[in-house]
Design a protein around this ligand. Structure first.
Ligand SMILES: Nc1ncnc2c1ncn2[C@@H]1O[C@H](COP(=O)(O)OP(=O)(O)OP(=O)(O)O)[C@@H](O)[C@H]1O
Length: 540
């Protein structure tokens, strides 16, 4: 019941409320016959409607059976069927008008215009696979120029975006930016590499005055230091030539910062560091107007709930705007997050919890641990297309694999939690600069890290969940580029294959039928004991 309510609310912004507009519909029907596509669809024959409803209900049932989240239920929403046939119209082009008389009631005219605007918005959303729920959701952006024409931001931001090579907003940017600019809270779920960072940073930069003295105005929380550092760099690039104080909460700042005298407009941090600064160093967050949880599901999952609660309580400004962004957003986390949000709009691009369609995904059976090393060596000999990122399940295994690849003279580096901040950053920078070809990593950089031009992700160790898989492989195939993901599995991983195979299927990749015939497991997490990675003989 709750689920049905939820999914029907999903398209509230694009839905014709027949009850509310009942009198208008009645008037339209009394007037000239509905000659336009809109009007024709409004009065679609009931048999056809029944047929559609029946087939969509069937599709929904199958989806539910497959355990898929019903984020793409656009097809089943009545309002959306109304726009069939109009979907190919260019955004911005006028919807066809219904003929009206001269002495028409102004209220009817107003309502009709409202409906026409709704149609335009729905067409644009459908074109970009944007799904929303929430009341009075602002129209998506047709172009970055609208930041000036609609929000009066001046040409500065548009020029800056163009200088950075951003000509068109990505789908999540089209919808999330207007929501945040209009002061609404937002849950946003869009594929990896689809520009979510800009979607939350730009509205903050546009809304706050640079160099303000009244304390921190915006806080962005990220699950890892590397991602926090990357977000600061992105923010500085976007704000170039404007004097914002954009700060990264480093270990030193968190432990010994003098926050009373600190100038800071935007503060980016990991949860524990921020919480420490608030509790031990009296960092005042009462003037924070914008609060973003990036990779929100990871933040809640890491067991940071209490820490986040404490930071949320410290951000005590009643008019604060909170937003959550991630490529994966399990229902349980969404429900938890809702407890801190007011009247939030939910935006899903594509299908919730799915991999980017730009990534060619492959599953490779390697049999045993030894088989995996052989398969890796073979794929390096045959088709190493650097840069490559290899994920393993622990820092011990990262070190072991690093030894093996160094023995083979592969230009490799390694990143894991035992390295200090500088070493970790160097490893990331070296891959970005092309100094190393292969980076062996644990889960620490699976989330949010943007490696431009990363050609391939290899899951040497099978990921522990579908979400982990989606984020790991999402390090390639970013910003419209294609990418490749190879996942090795052994006999021990077989029981967990189905979970990952579903992700491949839903993004259109091929999976052998025997995998899909494997039984479904209730347990979602998977972390097996593995034999050490070792083929190099001992020296003595
Ligand atoms: N409008 C745009 N046009 C072209 N490129 C863009 C645009 N917006 C962002 N990008 C680029 O796309 C890449 C991915 O963006 P970003 O890191 O924000 O992705 P993301 O959606 O946050 O991914 P993840 O879920 O992995 O964190 C970056 O290199 C960014 O500079």
């Amino acid at each position: 019941m709750a689920e049905a309510k939820h999914s029907s609310g999903l398209f509230a912004g694009t839905h014709f409320n027949r009850k509310r507009f009942a009198s208008d519909f009645a008037r339209f029907q009394q007037r000239s016959p509905p000659s336009t596509a809109t009007a024709a669809a409004l009065s679609a024959p009931s048999a056809e409607k029944k047929r559609k409803r029946k087939s969509t209900a069937k599709a929904k049932k199958t989806k539910k059976k497959r355990g898929e989240v019903d984020a793409d239920s656009s097809d089943v929403v009545e309002g959306f069927n109304v726009f069939k046939g109009l979907a190919d119209k260019k955004p911005g082009s006028e919807p066809e008008k219904v003929e009206t008389g001269k002495d028409e009631d102004p209220e009817v005219v107003r309502r009709r215009k409202e409906i026409e605007r709704e149609i335009e918005r729905a067409i644009l959303r459908k074109r970009f696979d944007i799904h929303i729920s929430g009341q009075n959701v602002p129209a998506p952006l047709e172009s970055f120029e609208e930041l000036d024409s609609r929000y009066g931001c001046g040409s500065f931001w548009v020029k800056n975006l163009s200088k950075l090579g951003f000509q068109e907003p990505t789908p999540i940017q089209r919808q999330a930016i207007p929501i945040l600019l209009s002061g609404r809270e937002c849950f946003a779920c869009a594929p990896t590499g689809s520009g979510k960072t800009l979607a939350f940073l730009l509205p903050i930069l546009m809304k706050i005055k640079p160099g303000s003295k009244g304390g921190v105005k915006a806080v962005v929380l990220c699950p890892t230091r590397e991602l926090a550092a990357q977000t600061v760099r992105e923010c500085k690039k976007l704000a170039e030539r404007r004097k914002y104080y954009i700060k990264l909460m480093t270990k030193d700042l968190s432990k010994s910062g003098n926050f009373k005298d600190m100038h800071c407009d935007i503060l980016v941090s990991t949860p524990l560091r921020l919480d420490h600064a608030v509790r031990k160093r009296d960092l005042d967050l009462s003037s924070v107007e914008h609060f973003v949880l990036d990779e929100s599901d990871k933040l809640f999952e890491l067991g940071f709930v209490e820490v986040i609660d404490s930071v949320v309580a410290a951000c005590s400004n009643p008019s604060i705007v909170r937003s959550l962004f991630s490529a994966t957003l399990p229902d349980s986390i969404e429900a938890l997050a809702r407890t801190i949000m007011h009247d939030a709009v939910r935006v899903i691009v594509g299908r919730k919890n799915s991999a980017s369609s730009l990534i060619k995904q492959k599953l490779i059976f390697a049999g045993t641990e030894k088989g995996k090393l052989l398969a890796l060596r073979q794929s390096f000999q045959e088709s190493l297309n650097p840069p490559v990122l290899i994920f393993v399940q622990s820092k011990e295994r990262a070190k072991e694999l690093y030894k093996e690849l160094a023995f083979d003279d592969v230009r490799a580096d390694v990143i894991h939690a035992d390295l200090n901040e500088e070493q970790r950053q160097d490893a990331v920078d070296n891959l970005r600069a092309g100094k190393t070809w292969v980076l062996i990593a644990t889960e620490v950089i699976a989330r949010g890290m943007d490696f431009k031009g990363l050609n391939c992700v290899i899951n040497y160790d099978f990921p522990e969940s579908a979400a982990a898989y989606i984020h790991r492989i999402g390090r390639s195939g970013r910003a419209g580029r294609s990418g490749e993901a190879i996942t090795f599995f052994t006999e021990e991983d077989k029981p967990f294959l189905r979970n990952i195979a579903n992700v491949l299927i839903s993004s259109g990749c091929e999976v052998p039928s025997w995998i899909m015939a494997l039984p479904k497991l209730k347990r979602k997490k998977h972390r097996v004991q593995r034999d050490p990675i070792c083929t190099i003989p001992d020296e003595d």
